[in-house]
Design a protein around this ligand. Structure first.
Ligand SMILES: *Cc1c(COP(=O)(O)O)cnc(C)c1O
Length: 417
């Protein structure tokens, strides 16, 4: 097996653990970086070992402490997935186990298909990532699962909905919400599930602020979900998803569904993502500082009607949630231009350094117009409710020099006045 659990047995900080656990060079002929194991199938050490590996894979038996179980077939797991899952776990405080998927949507769909059955319910915050919303309306609801939306940041409605909804299995929270950055109280949601007969699972899509600035498991969530395509990978060159949890049994269930759906991340992508993990905190910290300088400097620009950024929150409840659950504000900014869609398009055209593209979290700065792209499928009413105005632009700030970015955004805004 590729993992060397002995080296992980002493406690070190996450940024140290990421470079010291989960990989044993002796199992990759001494190479300092893991090898890529592209094999689709694995040779058993004996027929008895094969029988044992299947018994464990099928859930009929559990591995004993320290037992080395033979690999079977790459759709179930492979060495690069195991190395990545072991290495990422210490980055998420309180996580005990992780499962990797071939996209964020693969992770989210596996989550719902594992824990919700036809006839049961789930509760979710809105606005939500477009793909997740699609999954709910086009696949889960036609299968007979009932979804109830709750506006992001409305703690009371969230608590009441959790306690009132029959047969609720999963609470899915995305915070901060895209693209308005409205925050939802994770601890309050987890608290509300305590009094439900069969306690539902609380899962948080932590793509915007994790794993560096927000730690949902410490706030009482059961599972944390990532589009690893974004900050975890950081270079806009691969798709991946990740789910981490406190209870290894929940992650084992997800791996079981993953083996059937066939959506495990491939060895090459695991290897690439693995190499990005030691710099996640460095990149995110720099990106967040850049974004804060820029958001605060542009908030008073005459072309800007309102700036959405955590350090600029004014609603007391939003400030309370921010202070309770976020270490730093993060690198996503959105703001509404006074001149509406025309001004927004002009701004996007005039910006020279950032590219106009969807996605976020990469080292390069990206800009987009949510109303006509990422949120185009919402009805006008849903967009109004979610704060996705025609004049709104979203910026994912990268690691460039912030003064260069600021000067560029300023000249583009000056021309939009
Ligand atoms: C991008 C994103 C997803 C989907 O991830 P993919 O890797 O594109 O499948 C889910 N949630 C959020 C918040 C995202 O930004």
């Amino acid at each position: 097996m590729a993992a060397n659990r002995q080296r992980a047995s002493y406690v070190v900080r996450p940024e140290t653990a990421i470079l010291t656990r989960g990989f044993d060079p002796r199992l990759s002929v001494g190479s300092a970086r893991p090898a890529v194991f592209r094999s689709s199938t694995y040779v058993f050490s004996s027929p008895k070992a094969a029988e044992r590996a299947f018994a464990i894979a099928l859930g009929h038996s559990r591995p004993a402490a320290g037992e080395s179980v033979d690999l079977i077939y790459s759709r179930l797991s492979h060495p690069n997935a195991e190395i990545l899952e072991d290495q990422i776990t210490p980055l998420e405080p309180d996580a005990q186990s992780a499962a990797v998927f071939n996209s964020g949507m693969a992770a989210i769909s596996t989550l719902f298909l594992t824990f919700c059955q036809p006839g049961t319910s789930f509760v979710y915050t809105v606005p939500l990532y477009g793909g997740t919303q699609h999954l709910m309306h086009q696949i889960l609801e036609p299968l007979g699962m009932r979804g109830t939306p709750v506006p992001a940041g409305d703690s009371r409605t969230l608590r009441e909905t959790i306690q009132r909804t029959p047969d609720v299995r999963l609470i899915f929270i995305e915070t901060p919400a895209n693209p308005t950055l409205r925050m939802t109280d994770i601890a309050a949601a987890a608290q509300a599930t305590q009094s439900v007969g069969v306690r539902p699972i609380v899962a948080v899509d932590n793509t915007f602020l994790g794993p560096t600035f927000q730690h949902p498991l410490q706030l009482g969530a059961d599972l944390v979900v990532y589009s690893a395509t974004k900050y975890l990978s950081g270079f806009s060159d691969l798709l991946a998803g990740m789910i981490l949890g406190k209870k290894p049994a929940l992650i084992a269930q997800l791996r079981g569904t993953r083996a059937v759906l066939g959506n495990i991340l491939q060895p090459d992508e695991c290897w690439m993502l693995d190499g990005r993990l030691p710099t996640v905190e460095l990149r995110m910290t720099r990106q967040s500082k850049n974004a804060q300088y820029i958001a605060e400097a542009l908030a008073d620009h005459p072309a800007v009607a309102n700036m959405n950024y955590p350090t600029l929150f004014t609603a007391p409840e939003q400030i309370r949630i921010r202070d309770a659950q976020c270490r730093h504000p993060g690198a996503i900014i959105s703001f509404e231009l006074r001149g509406g869609k025309t001004a927004a398009f002009n701004f996007l055209r005039r910006v020279k350094i950032a590219h106009n593209a969807v996605s976020l979290g990469g080292v390069e700065t990206l800009t987009c117009h949510p109303a006509t792209t990422t949120h185009a499928e919402l009805s006008a009413e849903e967009r109004a409710q979610s704060g996705v105005a025609d004049g709104l632009v979203r910026i994912s700030v990268g690691v460039e020099g912030w003064r260069d970015l600021l000067r560029d955004f300023r000249q583009a805004l000056d021309a939009s006045c």
